[in-house]
Design a protein around this ligand. Structure first.
Ligand code: WTA
Length: 660
């Protein structure tokens, strides 16, 4: 490991053949929370004990005596005989420690309204909400679906559910009625919390109507008993008597007295659905004690958090895992002050994010490469108009960050000096797994570099043997970690098949990776049928099945094609049914894009849809997506000799050329 910890110079070091590196400045290193490299080997000697020490930073209502139970792999239990309340760890304990007046959330609404909420106020609101949810019948073990914009009530809802020992299932507000309903059904949620809308791009998002549509699907019968509606935009929504209730009316009956009860460390905290290789999204289950331990530890260490002085901002939507771990649970467990912003980065102008950083003095900023690339395209003139001097740490997540974007991010947003932590992790890992420690690591643009203390990750070949430095293969995690996925909700077998079948007791992440000569990890993208579009995970199979649900489509093949801004983009090839009248070459693309957005959500809308006469297939009838991907990426198409009909591709190429 020693090669990561070099000199104290802050300039990039270029050697012939060696990658550029950026060492932490002496000043940064000096003040860093972690600046002693021995943390790595001490944790490696006894990882379980390392995590047990980290867990002691939480407040346990019943101390644990067991650390890891791996007696029934791959079903891990961490701190299983301990008990804690996740919400009071994020709230009450800070108030009890005298930090009640510290701001927990600076909320910035898209239209320009803002609210600052202290830890005392947030605790009070969560207690009231917990009492309200109890009156609606929510109990430990139940599931509550949350379909909300980025407003404080979303966080209040999640914490109130957690406080009662129930589990939330947050569904990203951009998902369609179909997608929402599938998630409600799979989790058997009894309550949905939503709002009359949120502001995005100067418009009101239609959340409540989508909930109504979702609950009306499949003949109407669902597990949902009540729908609680937060008032945000005051636009007209229909309230179904007996089912729908206004939050602001219900809450008036409840005060802020609520004693938090401890629940077992393995009590479910949330289910979050993510795309897999098949059409059906996977309900990733996370539990309480181990999850909170790892999200709080990583949030502190990776971002070098000083909760007394830092102002932290993670731009992720709460509907994704980054929002769960690094907007809600990590920062709040650490007593951090953070910004949350409701809207989009370009509203009303592309200066909005930088204006927010200036306004609140944001010192730690965490976003995705796709956003950085969008800003980069517009140049540095816009950010240069704002005072960004408060920034001292930058983070990146969601996909590999290309070195050009990395340098722009550091130079323009980080004044040429802020360390960038490129954090690799997944919905399934729950928390950051591979990332630099900013006071220690000599940064290499484009690489997430080093497994965090207590994490053992490496790159193996197809047989599961470590490839060694300088070689590529598949990323695996070798030992259980506290915030790991516990199972796929309701489907233990799929959990085993997806992550553990390939390499036995090593977790298969689904990512290709390479180790460089120093042993640093470079992520190379997914090796399965999962695409990464603007940092969002989408499954090719899910979009294909949405397409073939259209009455005019006989067959569809979807590929992820590289895209300069979004990382990857969805490209679909469709074959029309012989006897159909709806679609023509001219209207097909628009109609099918709309169809996919309605079926899954706008994030899944294909960039291109090509109607073709036939798809390239092998003699055994398998679609050869590799060739379609070559075509979509504008490359010379690869070997076609395995195709049953080698002419198919030239017909497709001619067709596409004619359309362009
Ligand atoms: C990709 C998001 C390279 C990866 C937290 C992973 C990354 C998938 C990085 C998980 C990174 C995430 N460098 N690739 N720093 N971070 N990925 O579940 O392919 O939405 O498997 O979790 O995103 O996406 P998910």
């Amino acid at each position: 490991m020693t090669e990561h910890f070099g000199t104290i110079e802050s300039h990039p070091v270029h050697h012939a053949g060696a990658p550029e590196t950026y060492a932490p400045s002496a000043a940064f290193r000096e003040q860093a929370r972690i600046n002693d490299p021995s943390v790595y080997w001490r944790a490696a000697e006894d990882p379980e004990n390392y995590w047990a020490e980290q867990a002691q930073n939480l407040q346990w209502t019943k101390p644990f005596t067991e650390i890891l139970d791996w007696s029934n792999p791959p079903f891990a239990k961490w701190f299983a005989d301990g008990e804690l309340n996740v919400a009071s760890n994020c709230l009450d304990r800070h108030v009890a420690a005298g930090l009640g007046e510290r701001v927990a959330i600076h909320f910035e609404g898209e239209p320009g309204d803002s609210r600052s909420i202290t830890y005392a106020e947030l605790t009070h609101e969560v207690k009231r909400a917990a009492n309200m949810l109890t009156s609606l019948g929510v109990e430990a073990g139940d599931r509550v679906a949350i379909y909300m914009p980025m407003i404080p009530e979303t966080i209040i809802s999640m914490l109130a559910v957690a406080r009662l020992g129930a589990a939330h299932s947050v569904v990203f507000g951009g998902f369609s009625a179909e997608s929402l309903r599938a998630r409600i059904d799979d989790a058997e949620a009894e309550l949905v919390i939503t709002s009359d809308g949120g502001y995005r791009k100067n418009r009101v998002s239609s959340l409540k109507p989508t909930v109504d549509d979702a609950l009306a699907l499949h003949g109407g019968g669902s597990t949902v008993q009540k729908v609680l509606v937060v008032e945000r935009t005051k636009n007209d929504v229909t309230m179904v008597p007996g089912r729908d209730l206004w939050w602001h009316e219900e809450i008036t009956a409840f005060d802020g007295d609520h004693e938090a009860q401890g629940f077992p460390a393995e009590n479910p905290l949330f289910i979050l659905y993510t795309s897999g290789t098949t059409g059906k999204p996977k309900g990733i289950l996370h539990t309480s004690g181990g999850y909170l331990t790892q999200v709080s530890t990583t949030h502190k260490n990776v971002f070098d958090l000083k909760p007394e002085t830092d102002v932290y901002w993670c731009t992720a939507d709460i509907g994704w895992v980054t929002g769960h771990s690094y907007v809600v649970y990590g920062p709040l467990a650490n007593g951090a002050t953070q910004v949350i912003y409701e809207g989009t980065p370009e509203t009303p102008t592309w200066g909005r994010w930088w204006e927010i950083i200036q306004k609140y003095g944001v010192s730690i900023f965490y976003t995705a490469p796709t956003a950085i690339r969008s800003f980069m395209k517009l140049g540095s003139e816009i950010p240069d108009q704002y005072d960004l001097s408060s920034i001292r740490v930058l983070g990146s997540v969601g996909e590999p960050i290309n070195p050009e974007a990395w340098r722009w991010y550091r130079d323009v947003i980080g004044a040429g000096s802020a360390p960038i932590v490129d954090t690799w992790w997944q919905t399934e890992t729950g928390a950051i797994m591979i990332a630099p420690l900013p006071g220690l690591t000599n940064l290499k643009p484009g690489s997430a570099q080093v497994p965090l203390p207590g994490i053992s990750a490496t790159v193996v070949d197809d047989e599961g043997n470590p490839v060694g430095n300088g070689r590529g293969g598949l990323l695996v995690i070798q030992r259980p970690w506290p915030s790991m996925v516990r199972t796929i909700w309701g489907d233990d077998q799929r959990f085993i098949d997806t992550y553990w079948e390939k390499f036995g007791d090593q977790y298969f992440a689904g990512d290709g990776a390479r180790l460089d000569e120093d042993g640093d990890v470079w992520l190379l993208g997914r090796v399965d049928d999962v695409m990464n579009v603007s940092g969002h995970r989408l499954s090719t199979a899910e979009i294909e099945s949405a397409l073939v649900e259209h009455s005019s489509i006989a067959e569809a093949a979807v590929v992820g094609a590289s895209d300069p801004t979004t990382g990857q983009a969805v490209v679909a090839y469709c074959v029309l049914k012989a006897q159909q009248e709806l679609l023509t070459d001219d209207n097909a693309e628009a109609e099918l894009k709309k169809h996919v957005a309605a079926q899954i959500g706008a994030i899944a809308r294909p960039r291109n849809i090509y109607v073709v006469a036939e798809l390239p297939k092998t003699r055994s009838g398998k679609i050869v997506r590799r060739i379609l991907k070559d075509l979509a990426e504008g490359r010379e198409i690869g070997d076609v000799t395995t195709l049953a009909d080698t002419m198919v591709m030239s017909t497709i190429q001619d067709k596409i050329a004619a359309r362009q």
